[in-house]
Design a protein around this ligand. Structure first.
Ligand SMILES: Nc1nc2c(c(=O)[nH]1)N[C@H]1C(S)=C(S)[C@@H](COP(=O)(O)OP(=O)(O)OC[C@H]3O[C@@H](n4cnc5c(=O)[nH]c(N)nc54)[C@H](O)[C@@H]3O)O[C@H]1N2
Ligand SMILES: Nc1nc2c(c(=O)[nH]1)N[C@H]1C(S)=C(S)[C@@H](COP(=O)(O)OP(=O)(O)OC[C@H]3O[C@@H](n4cnc5c(=O)[nH]c(N)nc54)[C@H](O)[C@@H]3O)O[C@H]1N2
Ligand code: SF4
Ligand SMILES: [Mo]
Length: 877
């Protein structure tokens, strides 16, 4: 097993963001820089990268890094800090029992880190109180797979996308969230005419290039897929051979036949077109993601989809099957190691005494829990009411991303003892910790990850970790040793941990389970170092695909269809909360932005938190374009920029999840989301809270640019990094009397020379501050949202800018506009000008002229929209 050749000086690794799991080639440039390109040999991406992967080099600086351990805010040495953590956990366990402590971990951890976390908690501490942010992400899929297949197996692979005739994307904004896979889907369409259907209440970038968009009501997927199953029966598409041995077939079909499509809000004609496409094409892949999982009916939604594939036998064969796309780079690996509170290890079952005994013997573990631990939402409730007294959060930011985030933040703040392992010094969660442990980051640590199609790839270090930072597995192994288990946690490095994990999977294989990579248990350190991407299972006793023959992993080996019935989202509308709040992601940011937010390029696409709202609702509520809206729910409030668009349905708004106390304190969207969960999976319903929307009564709006970071104190503010420093949007309920003193406090510039134009009568002010002839900050304020050439202004700090106060570019220096193509840094205005001046008519022509859209392709839908906009304008002229 040797790695394919790379250029000298390049190291093969894997992108640390989404579950596509793209291979990258890394090269050190200078002392700390890293050049990144797609790995042409990696089976997930064949050289492609999206905007986030391409910008990785901009996110690996030391800006904001946590470089030493800290105890109560004070830097501390590793020895004393580890001893403190071990002592406090031991003491808490001896006073209150093993269930009084908990770990909250992450699908972004490497398999080796995750394995050690699970072993320490389940085998040695003896509790199952380890849960992960995958509970917010993949839990419904895991539960749905288990109900249907008896185990958590993803039957599909990426190659199925290349061979499918029909690809149905359900609750997945693939174009923005798995861009490289979306390119693969579009390539299949170009090559063989693959039909694409998008099932999403919103019109998203993924709809561009789709043949059909079903804008169903939020939460109604079960009704839609029940109708499809009924149509499959009526259309004679049942695979009699395959279903002969399926348990629950009759019951599932009966509940499908009884179902109505009314809850979907879709027309009969649209639903019939969808069913007809399904019936016409045998090779169908259903890709699904958070619009399915993050629902109080998430597990039922998953089974409603699986039912259709099982009934038609369209599963486990080339070009067909359900394919749940994982969000995080190692969401799949976390499921393999058993990192959820209700799983054991290697797909073994916590509730099965034989499985428990086998794992206990393998680990030589003193104890083992025999019942599931607390799932994420309940776990933080237990922190809140004092049942959990010591908490260790690794590689996640739950004070932002858990539903009812303000309550979660308060619970963590009140916990007796909180440890946070992170790479970032200041996050909403890290600010609450008693102990902060500095972790080694991507590019500094080694290990493995498994992507959406079960392919295991290596992440490799290309440089030493800075300061005192150490890999996550090391934090836990050191604490485990100090808690009294030196032998069990005596690891020399990730290779040894990986071998142990692979050997344990052989035991799972011995029980007849799917996850078996025992073929990798004997890798030498050098072989582990050179390991190339490999899809599991990897074992002498089996290989290849799953479920094509109709066998499952249930006792007795039968596939199960599950009768499912639609039910409405958990949060009910009340007169005070007439809207439904849909939440999700934007193209260029990753979750709480601790890494992607370091890149000026990625921060330029959408620089502040926003709410998409339908024009009818906006008109009714008196919400004008670009003003701010206040959104309130039973659990919290937010202030967001209104984006008026018919991409969302009346009565619903969509808001992204990315903003935090660090970037926009009033944009913390999970403060609004109710902690309602799916009864089977425990996954929270992150996309269907109820809320009220009203205009935010701002007395002033302002835009600021600055060389130094700024942290305003206004009711609304949002800041983003730029190449020259920072930019910020602000708004407040009362305008300052003295703009100059106010701005000096805002920018912390006591003595800088000020240039200003203040119109007190109109309530507007423009100020620029210079030091040593260079612009250090500027502020533009007024009673209405400010129309300015923001991207031009954002480039000025640090330069000898003149005419700053006009807020406009000099005629000879065009304003590029907001970045549309992040790969080549091409702005909206640059593209619009080229369309107009050069008469460009297609996305390809724009690519040829400006390179925009020619790398990762994820901005192509937006370029197409600009072309349409320009075309409409031309037609109107
Ligand atoms: N750019 C970017 N990419 C990412 C991430 C990121 O932070 N940024 N995060 C990664 C992670 S961890 C994950 S889990 C994935 C998530 O990837 P996706 O699931 O694709 O992303 P989301 O935006 O959360 O939600 C997808 C869609 O679900 C729709 N939806 C809401 N309710 C319903 C419903 O009831 N039914 C249906 N059918 N659809 C509904 C929303 O309108 C939204 O467009 O993305 C991964 N990739
Ligand atoms: N409303 C709403 N809420 C959601 C969602 C939604 O769609 N809507 N999606 C949910 C989903 S699917 C997910 S996956 C979660 C994600 O939510 P989180 O996991 O809470 O978000 P991240 O920002 O990815 O947090 C990762 C943290 O790990 C740190 N970190 C980075 N590298 C390392 C490392 O190598 N080691 C350590 N120890 N730390 C590191 C980062 O600085 C950051 O603080 O959010 C969930 N919340
Ligand atoms: S699609 Fe983008 S974010 Fe996802 S793994 Fe590939 S390069 Fe990274
Ligand atoms: Mo996720």
């Amino acid at each position: 097993m040797t790695a394919p050749r790379e250029d000298p000086g390049e190291v093969r690794s894997t992108c640390p963001y989404c579950g596509v799991g793209c291979g990258v080639l890394l090269r050190m440039t200078g002392e700390n820089g890293i050049a990144v390109r797609g790995d042409p040999d990696h089976p997930a991406n064949f050289g492609r990268l999206c905007s986030k992967g391409s910008a990785l080099g901009e996110t690996v600086g030391l800006d904001g890094r946590l470089l030493t351990a800290r105890v109560n805010g004070t830097p501390a040495g590793w020895g004393e800090t580890l001893q403190l953590v071990a002592d406090r956990f031991r003491q808490t366990i001896s006073d209150h029992g093993p269930d009084s402590v908990a770990f909250y971990v992450s699908g972004q951890m490497l398999t080796e880190d995750y394995y050690v976390a699970n072993k320490l908690m389940k085998g040695f501490i003896g509790s199952a109180n380890i849960d992960t942010n995958s509970r917010l992400c993949m839990a419904s899929t895991v539960a749905g797979h288990k109900r249907a297949f008896g185990t958590d197996t993803v039957p599909g692979t990426y190659e199925d996308l290349d061979e499918a005739d029909l690809i149905v994307l359900v609750g997945s904004n693939l174009a923005w969230c798995h861009p490289v896979l979306h390119q693969r889907v579009l390539a299949a369409k170009a090559a063989r005419g693959t039909r694409i259907v998008v099932v999403d209440p919103r019109r998203t970038a993924t709809c561009d290039g789709a043949d059909l968009h079903l804008p169903l009501r939020i939460g109604s997927d079960v009704a839609l897929f029940n109708r499809l199953l009924a149509a499959i029966c009526e259309g004679g598409a049942i695979d009699r051979e395959y279903t002969r041995n399926v348990e629950g077939f009759e019951a599932a079909v009966a509940s499908a036949r009884a179902a109505q499509i009314a809850p979907t809000g879709l027309s009969e004609r649209l639903v019939q077109r969808f069913c007809a496409l399904w019936l016409r094409h045998e090779k169908v892949v259903t890709v699904f993601s958070q619009g399915v999982n993050q629902s109080s009916a998430g597990t039922d939604k998953v089974n409603a989809i699986l039912n259709c594939h099982i009934a038609t036998g369209r599963i486990g064969r080339p070009g067909m099957g359900p394919l749940s796309v994982t969000g995080q780079p190692n969401a799949m690996g976390g499921r393999e190691v058993g990192g959820l509170a209700n799983t054991l290890a290697c797909h073994l079952d916590l509730g099965n005494a034989e499985h428990r005994a086998a794992v206990r013997a393998f680990w030589d573990a003193p104890q083992m829990p025999d019942r599931p631990g607390l799932k994420a939402v309940d776990l933080f409730r237990a922190v809140s009411d004092g049942r959990i007294k010591a908490l260790w959060v690794m590689h996640s930011n739950p004070a932002v991303t858990l539903p009812e985030a303000d309550a979660v933040r308060d619970a963590i703040a009140a916990c007796d003892f909180t440890v946070v392992s992170d790479i970032t010094a200041e996050t909403d969660t890290a600010r609450l910790a008693h102990v902060l442990l500095p972790a080694a980051a991507w590019s500094e640590k080694s290990g493995s990850v498994t992507n959406s199609d079960r392919t295991i790839s290596r992440q490799r270090a290309v440089r030493a970790a800075p300061g005192e930072a150490r890999p996550d597995w090391w934090h836990m192994a050191e604490v485990g040793r100090r808690m009294g288990w030196p032998r069990a946690f005596d690891y020399s490095g990730p290779a040894e941990i990986f071998r142990e994990h692979a050997a344990l999977s052989g035991i799972a294989g011995g029980f007849g389970l799917d996850f078996d990579v025992s073929g990798l248990a004997e890798l030498s350190n050098a072989e582990y170092e050179a390991m190339t991407p490999v899809r599991w299972p990897v074992a002498a006793r089996r290989g290849g695909r799953f479920f094509a023959e109709g066998q499952s992993f249930h006792p007795g080996g039968r596939m199960h269809m599950i009768p499912v019935t639609w039910r409405a989202p958990a949060a009910r509308h009340a007169p005070r909360f007439p809207f439904r709040l849909n939440t999700g992601r934007i193209r260029d940011q990753w979750h709480t932005m601790t890494r992607s937010g370091l890149s000026p390029r990625l921060s330029a696409h959408l620089a502040e938190p926003f709410a998409e709202i339908h024009p009818e609702d906006a008109a009714r509520l008196g919400i004008a374009r670009d003003t701010l809206v206040e959104v309130a729910s039973p659990s919290g409030r937010a202030i967001l920029r209104a984006q008026i668009t018919d991409a969302v349905q009346p009565g619903t708004i969509f808001a992204p999840m990315h903003w935090t106390g660090e970037t926009a304190p009033s944009g913390r969207i999970d403060a609004l989301v109710a902690a309602a969960t799916d009864p089977v999976s425990g996954q929270p319903e992150s996309k269907a809270a109820v809320c009220a929307v009203a205009p935010f009564a701002a007395a002033f709006h302002a835009f600021a640019v600055s060389s130094a970071p700024l942290r305003p104190a206004t009711a609304y503010w949002a800041r983003a990094r730029t190449a020259q420093g920072w930019r910020a949007e602000l708004a407040g309920r009362a305008a300052p009397d003295d703009w100059e003193s106010w701005a000096r406090v805002l920018f912390d510039l006591e003595d800088a020379a000020a240039e200003m134009v203040v119109d007190s009568a109109r309530g507007s002010a423009r100020l620029a501050f210079h030091e040593g002839g260079r612009l250090c900050a500027a502020l533009f304020a007024g009673p209405e949202p400010i129309g300015l050439q923001r991207d031009h202004l954002a480039r000025l700090p640090g330069t000898e800018a003149r005419h700053t106060l006009t807020g406009r570019c000099p005629a000879d220096l065009p304003d590029p506009g907001a970045t549309l193509c992040a790969c080549f840094d091409v702005g909206v205005n640059t593209i619009l000008t080229a369309i107009e001046r050069e008469g460009l008519m297609s996305v390809e022509a724009i690519g040829a002229a400006l390179s925009a859209g020619t790398n990762c392709g994820s901005c192509r839908p937006e370029i197409a929209a600009l072309l349409t906009r320009a075309g409409i304008q031309r037609a109107a002229e």
